[in-house]
Design a protein around this ligand. Structure first.
Ligand code: ADP
Ligand code: MG
Ligand code: ZN
Length: 620
């Protein structure tokens, strides 16, 4: 995660100091000044004062709100001594004084009274407001270089003209950029779309691991379109007082609509957008729900004929989002912002290296090769680390050696947090994925293979093979299902052939292959031995993958064993098929894997061309 600890913005510091100064003035005026300036009058208990009055020793009394001063009589017409006492609530005092013939009057207003009372009345509320502001603002100032606008209670940022981010500042996420170019167009020329009656999308969700440039992309969209950028982070809402979250959302959209066309960016959407059914947030749950509901209603609220407000949001946990957020008219578009592959990393390094002085010997390509699994933020960090090292080593420019040292540091930090493959693992994953691709390219019904990659996608997989169906399929025949199973086993088979050993990486493949085989036998009636019987209760459609295994119908022990044997047979046949295919194309397996290791991802025509050379193994 990007580091959240930004220094307090100067404006805020000044703001705080003003309160400190006012607070000190208040103390001085109320307590310290009077005791210094006022005459030093000895104090006595009230009871003594009353006693002296009753004894007729008191000449005159001055009754103030906080103090009673009295002067004693003296025998020989001299000025008597003055004492003071603290009054108690005593309504009989005037009567007593009159009775004893004491001259009495109310005290004149104190000399510094207007200042004291002004400060006394004004400062405490101000201090309170200051403390309140402090808590509301806690939770992070916005990115620097942005200026705050709008009502103080809504933290809304508009991008300053000076710090304009554009697509040129973002690299390595070309697919995401291509999709966002369209959004820029919506913002620039909404008329072109609304004129035909097209509905401009309201919400776009940027999904990807931390540090891949989601925030950066959102700013770049605003920068490219030249529109204001309102930003708020989901995690801030969680810290707020009850009711503040939803009113802030309302405020945010109000402001945005006034400034349209513009972009509202909600970072860390998962912090408010957590599925409402999933419980488990102590206390804050109600508040978060209110905020989420407000967000949903705001998104439904702004109508098509209104000026264009596009809501961009970012999350690295799309799976926990409330489904209501992903409905059409809300965040119905999702853009994957993935970790960059080799060439992407080089491009990102290029961007960040421009901010530092590079030595002659620096080879960014070589650095990119050595940093698989790094996200954009890691690369930015790497460049900075290298620059720091260079400065510490007393160099005038950053040298390749500094980068080498910096990589070791950053990797050490990253390995704790996320998956960075070592060389050996990278090789295994490469053979594994090419195994899937080779087998898959021959199998009926497995779709066209569009991309193989050893850059881990999201959090789950180490590498991936992307198959796109060539058409919508509603029915699959037995051969196609067997082909799918063989494709799933292709990865593990390649590992077996090349390394003569098996890793834990194929477990998900095996799970899916076995599930498919079991369904063939128990649900689709594709086994010759067991016949066209459904052995499962109320089977759901196979593609409705809700992860719940169907319960088996009650059956005899023999039938259960027969099912198990059939499932095993199907999986093993497919496994053998995959092994045969890979052995038959052993050279191609090597060639493609070497290429994949070099570029980390192969796709499109290049991949199609390579895979067109795969030959079917002769049937035994
Ligand atoms: P995210 O929002 O996905 O967690 P950020 O956009 O906050 O990531 O990225 C943090 C910083 O890392 C950016 O400000 C930028 O300096 C750098 N960065 C991240 N991704 C990229 C990228 N694709 N291209 C260039 N710089 C990047
Ligand atoms: Mg971010
Ligand atoms: Zn696999």
């Amino acid at each position: 995660m990007p580091i959240k600890n930004q220094p307090t913005p100067p404006r805020f510091r000044l703001f705080n100091n003003i309160f400190l100064i006012l607070g000190a003035l208040f103390l001085v005026a109320n307590f310290i000044l009077p005791s210094i300036l006022g005459p030093q009058i000895p104090g006595v208990p009230y009871s003594l004062f009353i006693h002296q009055v009753q004894e007729g020793e008191v000449a005159r009394v001055q009754v103030g709100q906080n103090q009673i001063r009295f002067q004693l009589k003296t025998g020989d017409d001299q000025v008597g001594q003055v004492f003071s006492t603290t009054p108690i609530f005593d309504l009989s005092l005037p009567n007593l004084l009159e009775e004893k013939g004491v001259e009495f009057a109310a005290a004149p207003p104190p000399q510094n009274g207007w200042l004291t009372s002004l400060l006394g009345w004004v400062i405490p509320p101000l201090i309170f407001v200051g403390i309140w502001q402090f808590f509301v603002r806690r939770g992070g100032g916005g990115p620097q270089g942005m200026l705050s606008i709008g009502k103080s209670k809504a933290k809304v940022y508009v991008e300053g003209e000076a710090a304009k981010t554009t697509f040129a500042d973002v690299a390595g996420v070309e697919e995401a950029k291509a999709e966002l170019v369209e959004i820029v167009d919506f913002l620039k020329t909404p008329g072109r779309y609304t004129q035909i009656g097209a509905r401009i999308p309201k919400g776009v969700l940027l999904v990807g691991p931390p540090g891949t440039g989601k925030t950066l992309l959102a700013k770049a969209v605003a920068g490219e379109a030249g529109v204001p950028f309102f930003s708020i982070s989901g995690s801030e809402f969680v810290e707020m007082f009850v009711g503040v979250g939803s009113s802030r959302v309302r405020d945010l959209f109000e402001q945005a609509q006034k400034q349209a066309p513009c972009i509202v960016f909600i970072d860390e959407l998962d912090a408010i957008g957590k599925s409402r059914s999933s419980s488990g947030f102590y206390g804050g749950n109600d508040e978060r729900e209110q905020t989420l509901n407000q967000l949903l209603s705001e998104m439904d609220g702004f109508a098509v004929e209104d000026a264009t407000v596009i809501v961009l949001a970012a999350t690295n946990r799309p799976e926990i989002l409330d489904p209501a957020l992903l409905r059409p008219g809300r965040f119905d578009r999702q853009v994957l912002v993935d970790r960059p592959a080799l060439s992407g990393r080089e491009a990102i390094l290029n961007i960040h290296a421009q901010k530092v002085k590079l030595g002659e010997d620096v080879d960014l390509r070589a650095i990119a090769t050595r940093t698989p699994g790094f996200a954009g933020a890691d690369l930015a960090n790497l460049v900075n680390e290298a620059a720091l090292l260079a400065a510490r080593n007393g160099r005038q420019a950053v040298a390749q050696a500094d980068f080498a040292e910096a990589i070791e540091r950053v990797v050490a930090g990253l390995e704790k947090k996320s998956r960075v493959l070592n060389e050996k693992e990278k090789k295994i994953v490469a053979y594994h994925e090419v195994g899937h691709a080779l087998v898959g390219s021959l199998m009926p019904g497995s779709g066209r293979i569009e991309k193989i990659s050893i850059v881990s996608r999201g959090m789950a997989a180490l590498g991936y093979t992307l198959q796109l169906p060539t058409e919508d399929r509603f029915l699959m025949d037995e051969a196609e299902l067997r082909g799918q199973i063989a494709t799933l086993l292709g990865g593990r088979s390649a590992e077996e052939i090349v390394f003569n050993s098996i890793t834990t990486g194929a477990s998900n493949d095996l799970q899916r292959a076995t599930d498919l085989a079991e369904q063939m036998v128990t649900t689709f009636g594709m086994s010759k031995i067991l016949g066209p019987l459904a052995y499962q209760q109320g089977a759901r459609p196979m593609f409705l993958n809700d992860g719940m295994p169907n319960a088996r119908r009650s059956m005899s022990e023999e039938t259960a064993q027969a099912i198990d044997r059939e499932v095993k047979d199907i999986v093993e046949t497919a496994h053998q098929h995959a092994l045969d295919t890979l052995n038959h194309n052993r050279d191609l397996l090597e060639t493609i894997t070497m290429q994949l290791l070099e570029t980390e991802a192969i796709e499109g025509d290049k991949l199609h061309h390579l895979l067109s050379q795969v030959q079917a193994a002769p049937a035994l």
